[in-house]
Design a protein around this ligand. Structure first.
Ligand code: RUQ
Ligand code: CUA
Length: 659
């Protein structure tokens, strides 16, 4: 125990020191003008790829172009966004509803593009919320968050969201094992081994619409599920999850969860699980979780609270889950384009094990087990192992593939990306990263058909790489050309939040589907105003509804009187423009939330509770025309009980009373 402890401390010390002691020696500058040209996209020209990068603790997803590294858009997913008003407008607030109430922030680690036949198809991208477990679907027509589903029985939704090869399911594994939601959770933490369970969630995705639903969960032993990937091709029907803390420690995990030489990769036969569901083998468990949808016609989100989930018991059913021993505290769990090779990256391992799907199947048939772990069969390590990459580097984390028989693995501690051959497991090339790379991305690099032109490394630490900006520095990505035998670094670019997983896709698969504006005729928002003539202000008790329009360069109405203290005012602003790239903004003095940013044809609502008597200006926040600065108006707020009549107008020097 003591010796083990010292060994681990030494390892952790290396990890902690990594950024200093293993700082790559050469400056890693893409110095030749040839490399600069490779990343250069001339003004007015399009990039070849979209790059969707998770924002980590920013809760957002950012969209870059490759190879330029230009930032196009930040999509709020699990975050309120003052820029666009997401999470502030009445229409979008329900998107962030959970069983814990309104949760406006979360930690988005992983992005996963939808696939058809194992190839990225550019329809949707999924993202996970780690902290309050949720999975989101972003529509790549509107680049908006279209749907969010909360996951019961989960905590730390890290092993998520990973998809099957026809996007039948988005799958999510819990990082923290916890007592199930309907069990009594008021128990000593030290009863982890008896009472804590790990749940894997299968969210079904409708083929045409993308609509999600929590199809079922599998109850597994209480360990930490870390990451996963679906099988593909021959291994389609299976899912693989890395797990750590098979020690089942509940305190000081950095030591106590690093005791065993090997943790596991859990192989899940999800086709079998589907059969059991059909055969009625699942139990219905009470659970409370939110399901939020954004409707592109009403421009409004709804939140529904669900009350039940189907659960399969992995232990009782025996043949849906298998553990494969994997050294040591595995993190990334990646499947090559053929579906035959499963790569486990042990954060504390000095090698990379590569498992064979064929051997795994034979081992299961021949029952080559090493007993069981909490009722789940443990396959003999050698029986499933294809081979090991020896001395690849220090601290392997994630692997992507180029479709030409090569794998690329990131090494946090030794700060490098290492290219190796999947067949002979020989290291072919190494490229330094600046510094301490976590994730990497090759367009389609976790699909059946990678588009292996570029590799992007997402680094955890930048130190001296950019101009300093106080103690908090930018996160960063580095772009490599991988079209040749050797990786060549061609660009550094800063990123937003802390990027974890990222995905990239050929621009052609997305750009032509991109929505230009919303048709006003199809707008069915409850509070839509389809023309200036229909603009009105309606009092309902102490609620005042302002049905307002915006068009270059005025609001209708632009003068409102008769608002009183104690009123709650809803500005329902419809942007009447029917043209590309003409949003209008809306802001009113004293509103304690963001502005609205309303796309052409859209209606969005700002709730405002004036807290003092007086004149309150409102204005358009988005520079929309030469007379943008003229796009403004006034609201008069009178004392409670005042007899100022409710009036509204546009273009009148004297307000006209209307009822
Ligand atoms: S995971 S560094 Cu959330 Cu980022 Cu592998
Ligand atoms: Cu509308 Cu500025």
């Amino acid at each position: 125990m003591k010796a083990n402890f010292t060994k681990i401390l030494a390892l952790l010390l290396i990890a902690g020191w990594g950024t200093q002691s293993c700082k790559p020696k050469d400056a890693g500058s893409a110095s030749s003008s040839g490399s600069a040209e490779k990343a250069y996209v001339a003004p007015g020209k399009y990039d070849q790829f979209y790059n969707f990068v998770s924002g980590g603790f920013s809760g957002q997803m950012s969209v870059y172009g490759l190879p330029s590294g230009r930032l196009f858009r930040v999509i709020p997913v699990f975050s309120v966004d003052p820029e666009k008003g997401y999470g502030y407008t009445e229409e979008t607030k329900p998107m962030l509803n959970t069983s814990h109430g309104f949760v406006p922030w979360d930690d988005l680690h992983h992005t996963e593009l939808s696939q058809t036949n194992g190839e990225v198809d550019g329809r949707w991208i999924f993202g996970n919320a780690n902290n309050t477990p949720r999975v989101a679907r972003i529509d790549l027509g509107s680049f908006k968050t279209a749907e969010i589903i909360e996951l019961p029985n989960s905590a730390g939704n890290h092993s998520s969201p990973f998809i099957t090869e026809n996007t039948e399911y988005v799958v999510a594994g819990t990082r923290f094992s916890v007592p199930s939601d309907n069990a009594n959770g008021d128990i000593p933490i030290s009863t982890y081994k008896e009472n804590f369970k790990g749940y894997i969630s299968f969210i079904s995705v409708k083929k045409e619409t993308g609509a999600m639903d929590l199809a079922f969960q599998i109850e597994c032993p209480g360990v930490n599920f870390d990451l996963s990937h679906a099988g593909k091709g021959k291994s389609n029907g299976w899912f693989f999850f890395s797990c750590y803390n098979t020690e089942q420690a509940n305190t000081l995990l950095e030591v106590n969860a690093s005791q065993r030489d090997k943790d596991f990769i859990m192989a899940v036969n999800w086709k079998k699980a589907e059969e059991y569901i059909k055969a009625g083998k699942a139990k219905k468990m009470p659970a409370k979780y939110a399901h939020n949808k954004y409707n592109e016609k009403t421009h409004t989100a709804t939140s529904e609270m669900k009350s039940e989930v189907l659960v399969l018991d992995a232990k009782a059913l025996k043949d849906i889950c298998y553990f494969i021993p994997c050294p040591k505290s595995p993190h990334g769990c990646d499947v090559d384009p053929t579906g035959e090779y499963i790569v486990g990256s042990g954060k504390l391992a000095a090698l990379i094990p590569v498992f064979s799907f064929d051997k795994l199947q034979k081992a299961i048939q021949a029952k080559q087990f090493d007993g069981d772990y909490q009722g789940i069969p443990v396959i003999k390590y050698e029986a499933a192992l294809y081979g090991e990459v020896k001395k690849p580097g220090l601290g392997p984390l994630h692997t992507e593939f180029d479709g030409k028989g090569n794998a690329y693995t990131t090494f946090f501690v030794s700060s490098e990306v290492v290219k190796w051959n999947i067949k002979d497991l020989k290291v072919l090339d190494r490229a330094p990263t600046f510094y301490s790379v976590g994730h990497l991305c090759i367009p389609g690099g976790d699909s059946k058909k990678p588009n292996a032109k570029y590799l992007i490394a997402y680094n955890k630490i930048t130190k001296d790489r950019y101009l300093p900006t106080g103690p908090e520095l930018t996160q960063s990505a580095q772009l490599y050309d991988i079209s040749g035998d050797k990786m060549e670094m061609i660009l550094d670019f800063p990123t937003i939040g802390e990027p974890h997983y990222a995905q990239a896709i050929a621009a052609d698969l997305v750009k032509d589907r991109s929505v230009k504006f919303y048709k006003i005729d199809e707008n069915t928002n409850k509070y839509v105003t389809k023309g200036e003539g229909q603009a009105k202000v309606v009092r309902e008790g102490n609620q005042v509804h302002v049905y307002m329009t915006s068009i270059r360069s005025h609001f209708a109405p632009d003068n409102i009187e008769g608002i009183k203290m104690g009123d709650v005012v809803y500005f329902h602003v419809t942007n009447l423009e029917q043209d590309w790239d003409v949003p209008h903004g809306f802001a009113v003095k004293g509103a304690n939330n963001a502005e609205l940013l309303i796309m052409p044809g859209e209606t969005q609502t700002l709730k405002w509770e004036p807290n003092r008597v007086g004149i309150f200006p409102m204005y358009c926040t988005d520079f929309c025309s030469a007379l943008h600065q003229e796009m403004q108006g006034y609201i008069r707020v009178s004392p409670k009980g005042s007899n100022v009549p409710l009036t509204y107008s546009l273009g009148n020097t004297k307000p006209v009373a209307k009822r």
